[in-house]
Design a protein around this ligand. Structure first.
Ligand SMILES: Nc1ncnc2c1ncn2[C@@H]1O[C@H](COP(=O)(O)OP(=O)(O)O)[C@@H](O)[C@H]1O
Ligand SMILES: O=P(O)(O)O[C@H]1O[C@H](CO)[C@@H](O[C@H]2O[C@H](CO)[C@@H](O)[C@H](O)[C@H]2O)[C@H](O)[C@H]1O
Length: 466
């Protein structure tokens, strides 16, 4: 392993005062900013690392910045008095025209006064530094770059930033690797690295095996921050969402793919159940899960008034689950994907499916996301996704969704040996919980989409499961 390198900016005390006015404007506009709708009252610097030696035309700053906001819960969510974000900031005298869209601004004072500050993810010179650091297992200040010795990373792969909407930010290197930089950080083991590493150990071919990762070890914290994960890039892949919409638009059948997706999900679940502990959920634990669902429902109804008339009907799903538990029914819980939907499934040109993005629902606490849960939670996520697709390509194609949902469950049963529909109470509760989450998600991020989960809310509140 290389010696740690620390450049002087790590101790530059006025760096943040130079950047704060720009960040105050720029940060809330980013898709990945979690505290939308509340003003940013200030910033504090958690860590600053200069990734290139001083004196060149490019200053490359890796920053962990805490954004402070009033301590009120976001719609239906938990309070976030401050969140820590990962930023990759470039500083140059002037921006070359190709980098103009990446401009953040020009600081008026402080150590960066008069310079040009921009999003360095758009700058191939800057993003090459990250790949090279992983390739050489570098340590730069508090940043630790690591990798899987069995995967070779070629020198000089050309980077390009992914510009589609994401919860985090990604860079593709030579169509060979993709690096995801996590934006909102919490210290501790991140399932987006943990689970793909475990699945690679189990030789599960459904998930690209991490080739490298980067971590920050900060003073006073027992846990590192996981900052990013490098994976093999699935070349020419189409995600399940795009594929489903294309097929729907053509009036084509999607059940063969849905069945393959069911099989892929079951392969991943089976490997995770082998790799990590499973637990039995008896009365007390299931009661807690059902109570959690009810609490989320109530919080969601506070935040989204359209949900209120449906609360009694929806609550009955969770009560039915707790009722079964009280009668002595038990379930198995295991580590799962946690936010599975069609957009998290990639189909390679040869037709094989991969699952990506094991971060879980980013708004939930890390400890909760890492808890064993009934595998049906992922299944419910996919079932919701077929429903979403059927509403998004024009008039709702109800029969299309019903056929896909059925094919997906059949595919799952072929590999796992159990059909999720044999547990209708559990499935309905998890589908309801997911639809409630989606109502809050859409109200917050894409209000035009609210009718999609609301249609499911209507159906589920009357006890119709398909
Ligand atoms: N291994 C991969 N191969 C090809 N494309 C990928 C791969 N991983 C991610 N992607 C692409 O990058 C996008 C964002 O990845 P994802 O892990 O879902 O990030 P986020 O957490 O930001 O949503 C995906 O929708 C997919 O298009
Ligand atoms: O950003 P992530 O992919 O981690 O997930 C969040 O955003 C998703 C939307 O991009 C959201 O998914 C919902 O919309 C999808 C269609 O765009 C649909 O396929 C999913 O079934 C539906 O839940 C997801 O819930 C959210 O966590």
């Amino acid at each position: 392993m290389s010696e740690a390198v620390t450049h002087p900016v790590a101790t530059q005390p006025r760096l943040l005062s130079s950047l704060s006015p720009l960040l105050r404007e720029w940060l809330p506009r980013q898709r990945w900013f979690a505290g939308k709708g509340r003003p940013v009252t200030g910033f504090s610097l958690v860590a600053a690392t200069e990734l290139l030696p001083p004196g060149g035309t490019l200053t490359l700053l890796h920053l962990l910045v805490r954004a402070h906001q009033p301590d009120v819960p976001a719609q239906g969510g938990v309070p976030h008095p401050s969140d820590c974000y990962q930023l990759l900031i470039g500083v140059r005298e002037a921006l070359p025209p190709r980098l103009a869209p990446a401009l953040i601004g020009h600081p008026d004072d402080g150590p960066l006064a008069g310079q040009t500050v921009y999003q360095a993810l758009y700058d191939s010179r800057a993003t090459s530094v990250l790949l090279e650091a992983i390739r050489t297992r570098a340590r730069i200040g508090r940043l630790r770059f690591e990798g899987d010795v069995r995967q070779t990373i070629e020198v000089g792969l050309a980077p390009r930033v992914v510009t589609s909407e994401q919860s985090n930010s990604s860079v593709v290197y030579g169509d060979t690797f993709i690096l995801k930089l996590l934006r909102r950080l919490v210290p501790g083991t991140n399932p987006d690295l943990e689970l793909p590493l475990m699945l690679a150990r189990e030789n599960c071919p459904r998930v690209p095996a991490p080739a490298g990762w980067l971590l920050a070890d900060l003073d006073g914290l027992d846990d590192s921050y996981v900052l990013g994960v490098l994976q093999p890039y699935v070349r020419g892949a189409t995600d399940g969402w795009e594929l489903a919409l294309d097929e729907l638009a053509k009036g084509a059948d999607f059940t063969t793919e849905a069945r393959a997706l069911g099989r892929a999900t079951a392969e991943v679940h089976t490997a995770l159940a082998r790799a990590l502990p499973t637990v039995t959920l008896g009365h007390a634990r299931m009661r807690l899960l059902a109570d959690g669902m009810t609490e989320r429902l109530e919080a969601a109804a506070q935040a989204v008034p359209a949900l209120r008339p449906y609360v009694p009907g929806l609550r009955s799903s969770f009560e039915a689950l707790a009722g079964l538990a009280a009668e002595g029914h038990v379930w198995t819980a295991q580590r799962i994907h946690g936010d599975l939907h069609l957009g998290q499934c990639l189909r390679s040109p040869s037709g094989s499916w991969s699952l990506i993005d094991f971060e879980g629902e980013p708004s939930r606490p890390l400890a909760e996301r890492r808890m064993p849960q009934p595998a049906v939670r992922d299944i419910a996520g996919m079932l919701r996704s077929f429903d979403y697709a059927s509403h998004s390509a024009g008039p709702p194609a109800a029969e299309w969704a019903v056929a896909c949902r059925s094919a997906y469950c059949c595919g799952y049963a072929e590999v796992a040996g159990r059909d999720p529909r044999t547990e209708p109470v559990l499935l309905r509760a998890y589908e309801t919980d997911k639809a409630v989450y989606e109502v809050v998600y859409e109200a917050r991020h894409r209000p035009d989409w609210l009718p999609v989960p609301m249609a499911a809310i209507h159906r589920l509140s009357t006890g119709v499961t398909s």
